[in-house]
Design a protein around this ligand. Structure first.
Ligand SMILES: Nc1ncnc2c1ncn2[C@@H]1O[C@H](COP(=O)(O)OP(=O)(O)OP(=O)(O)O)[C@@H](O)[C@H]1O
Ligand SMILES: [Mg+2]
Length: 392
């Protein structure tokens, strides 16, 4: 047979002939048998490809779930609030790769105020965003309260950001049309745990915490930079986060206002809040309990910039002790009142005599205020009149 008009045999045709024993080409024409076989084969290929994709997705999902479960299991019992292990982050810009983090290890414990310092571009914001669950690492692990958050889906990360992390940024990021109170209420709306009244009360308490209850109904444009940052701090605490992350919290403020903000952070830290702040500002390091230094995507060493003055360390320690003393003092007062509940009145000095001198000497507030707070908190029917507690 001549091959003049014969279509050239493709490898697929050869395979058809081998598999079926039929001819792919007969009298210069492609056979129907081959056409049908080819169509069927194409369909099968698409099906197989889809199956493979599904299997891959299932595998990825399983990996995410396992990561989450592993985290959940570990989350019940953990040593450090945050553990960062061999963290890498590489950004792809077209064909260039920017290695922003190149193997960071770090632990942060509850109650710490950690500052991270370093030159521009050293990777501070990148590290903070990963700790805060705003981004995921290229390599390495981040554990928050024992839960591995480095492999979570966007949705799971969003939940963690809402429930466990407070954010404070250089430019406050408040909603301009809303009042200070409404801004603080925003995260509460998303968590949906409180009633409308409950949210308002919580937001007001938070504004009080940062000393701004009188500015509650002002919008951001009616507030100074420092006041706006205080609102942002109150908002960060709305959902009672495990940790508050701050990116250049004093970056947009003059140095005096910056110090006010740092004093507020120190106060909140003394009451148990955990902070990690990244900054260029050496003052942040002065107020932090620990300072880490970054360069070229790595943590290089630990230590204060200028060194904390001895008096500052002592003041901080005394403040923490005073808070503990307050609780001890309340408990002693309560015991005393319980024993003397049948009396009509008790002199304040008599109550004080039943409390160890060491506790009384270092209290964060006036004794009478602590007494009143205790009476209120426990719904005790009593009133402070001059130097006496009148029991009703
Ligand atoms: N989204 C991004 N895409 C590409 N590259 C990025 C991105 N974000 C940061 N980088 C690069 O990663 C490196 C680290 O940036 P990062 O913002 O973490 O530094 P930084 O220490 O916070 O700097 P600064 O003090 O100026 O805020 C820089 O080289 C930066 O250009
Ligand atoms: Mg930055």
């Amino acid at each position: 047979m001549t091959t003049e008009n014969q279509p050239e045999k493709t490898p697929l045709m050869e395979q058809y002939e081998q598999d079926t024993g039929n001819l792919a080409v007969w009298k210069g024409e492609i056979t129907n048998g081959f056409q049908k076989w080819k169509k069927k084969r194409k369909k099968e290929n698409i099906k197989a490809q889809k199956k493979e994709e599904l299997q891959y997705l299932e595998k990825e999902k399983r990996k995410l779930r396992e990561g989450f479960d592993e985290g959940k299991k570990a989350g019940k019992d953990y040593d450090h609030l945050i553990v960062v292990e061999n963290l890498h982050k590489t950004y792809l810009l077209g064909t260039t790769a920017v290695a922003a983090l190149r193997g960071v290890d770090l632990t942060i414990d509850k109650g710490e105020f950690v500052s991270i310092m370093g030159p521009s571009g050293s990777g501070k914001t990148t590290l903070l965003n990963l700790i805060g669950g705003l981004d995921t690492p290229t390599r390495g692990k981040i554990f928050l309260e024992g839960r591995n958050i480095s492999m979570l889906s966007d949705n799971a990360l969003a939940d963690i950001r809402r429930d466990r992390i407070g954010f404070v940024f250089q430019f406050y990021n408040l909603l301009p049309q809303m009042t200070a109170l409404e801004n603080v209420m925003v995260p509460l709306h998303f968590s949906g745990k409180l009633s409308k009244r409950g949210k308002k009360k919580r937001a007001m308490d938070l504004l009080q915490l940062v000393g701004l209850e009188e500015r509650a109904h002002h919008t951001p444009s009616e507030l100074s930079g420092g006041e706006q940052q205080r609102v942002a701090i109150a908002r960060a605490f709305a959902n009672d986060p495990a940790i508050c992350v701050l990116d250049e919290p004093t970056g947009d403020l003059d140095s005096k206002t910056g110090i006010h903000i740092l004093n507020l952070l120190r106060d909140l830290n003394a009451r148990g809040a955990t902070f990690v702040a990244v900054s260029h500002d050496a003052a942040v390091s002065e107020f932090a309990s620990r300072t880490l230094h970054m360069r070229d995507g790595k943590l290089t060493h630990e230590g204060k910039v200028g060194g904390l003055k001895e008096t500052d360390v002592m003041a901080l320690k005394r403040k923490k002790e005073a808070e503990i003393n307050k609780e001890k003092c309340k408990s002693k007062i309560f015991q005393f009142l319980f024993k003397n509940q049948d009396r009509d009145s008790i002199k304040i000095t008599e109550i004080q005599q039943n409390i160890p001198e060491a506790i009384l000497k270092n209290l964060p507030e006036h004794f009478n205020d602590i007494l009143e707070e205790l009476v209120q908190e426990n719904n005790i029917n009593a009133k402070l009149v001059k130097d006496e507690l009148i029991l009703v």
